[in-house]
Design a protein around this ligand. Structure first.
Ligand SMILES: Cc1ncc(C[n+]2csc(CCOP(=O)(O)OP(=O)(O)O)c2C)c(N)n1
Ligand SMILES: [Mg+2]
Length: 354
């Protein structure tokens, strides 16, 4: 079975039975209003629809950037960014579509960057791996594994010194925890009691290598614990669970003045880089992944939850239509925008003059 492009409404998920409703309601913990639940769905749907557009149109070769897709993992950054309510300074990896959109909702600059246009986040020169909009709190995305983590520490240090009340957030994959700089950063942040959240999007693989083939310790969460920051782990695959966890982590971090480490289990639905599937590579068990993750896709879960909460189907369809128009308009604007000329080659780039 191949992944349906439009996963929303997939028959893979739970039947509309009382049991399913009860299950969905049990995932709704106290402290999540219907407005927040709806907002979380809108953010999830925006990221999913944007990437579905990319999957469909990438073969036209007008978006020239390598693509590391967030599909399947969106609930992590949507949950965290929503919990921080704009007060997060985001430092992300090359797999940052969902984080960028969750933080900025800026589909105009997003698609313009992917299409290599002047109106993109980096005048079209950075592409998918280097999305950044510092004015909207997405400070950077980095193509070099783990390098965003120590930069987030710098921002946390500045935020602490300047008492901005903002929290630096480093998003990274489990593969980044193979890098020494991750451990140095956790140590330094704990030592200096910095306002930073380390968020591991733990999809279990660095490209095609599973964690067990890279790390000797059994639990990453337990390995981080002795450093003295608060540690959290979540394998629900559920956006509201992550939202609540991140909110609690941020509050605790603020009151105790110490960093937080969130290990959020997730599943990358598509190949490591590119817009296709990679089940034929044989490095991960397709059936287990389908059953365990695609079947409880956070986007579908959240849609079902809204229905279980009593939100009218027409209201959800209207919201989806609104998001689709936003994506379509942004793509139209991007395609119509100017391509940077050769005179822009060195603008905004560090280079030595001859
Ligand atoms: C310093 C560095 N080493 C190696 C690479 C090549 N590389 C790109 S992605 C990747 C795997 C990273 O895995 P993970 O951190 O788990 O992120 P995921 O791709 O799973 O989101 C590697 C080794 C790189 N970009 N930078
Ligand atoms: Mg990984």
């Amino acid at each position: 079975m191949s992944l349906p492009l439009t996963t929303v409404g997939s028959s893979l998920f739970l039947d509309e039975t009382q049991k399913a409703k009860k299950y969905l309601m049990s995932l709704v913990s106290e402290g999540v209003s219907q407005a927040v639940s709806t907002g979380l769905y809108k953010s999830l749907f925006l990221a999913r629809r944007s990437e579905e557009y990319i999957v469909k149109h990438y073969p036209e070769n007008q978006m020239r950037s390598p693509m590391h897709m967030s599909m399947g993992q969106e609930f992590v950054s949507v949950g965290v960014c929503s919990a921080l309510e704009g007060k997060g300074d985001i430092f992300a990896s090359y797999r940052s579509h969902a984080a960028f959109l969750a933080q900025t909702h800026d589909t105009d600059r997003f698609f313009a960057e992917l299409y290599g246009r002047m109106s993109g986040t980096g005048e079209g020169k950075g592409g998918s791996m280097h999305l950044a909009a510092p004015d909207s709190g997405h400070l950077l995305s980095s193509g070099v594994v783990a390098t965003q983590i120590p930069v987030a520490i710098g921002a946390a240090f500045a935020n602490a010194r300047l008492r901005t009340g903002r929290t630096a957030v480093a998003f990274f994959g489990d593969g980044a925890t193979d890098a020494g700089v991750f451990w140095e950063s956790v140590n330094a942040a704990s030592l200096f009691r910095l306002p930073v959240m380390f968020v591991c999007e733990d999809n279990g693989y660095a490209v095609d290598t599973p964690r067990a083939a890279r790390q000797t310790f059994e639990s990453l969460t337990e390995a981080v614990r002795p450093f003295g920051c608060d540690v959290y782990e979540d394998d629900s695959g559920d956006v509201e669970s992550v939202y609540l966890l991140a909110r609690r982590a941020a509050e605790t971090a603020r009151s105790k003045r110490r960093p937080a480490f969130l290990n959020i289990k997730c599943c990358r639905f598509l190949e490591h880089v590119g817009t296709g599937e990679d089940w034929h590579w044989g490095y991960r068990d397709k059936e287990a992944t389908v059953r365990d993750w695609i079947a409880r896709d956070a986007v579908i879960t959240q849609r079902r939850r809204l229905l279980a909460l009593g939100v009218a189907e027409q209201e959800i369809v209207a919201l989806e239509g609104e998001v689709e128009s936003i994506v379509r308009r942004s793509v139209e604007r991007a395609v119509a925008a100017a391509i940077p000329g050769p005179e822009r080659l060195y603008a905004g780039v560090f280079h030595a003059k001859a």
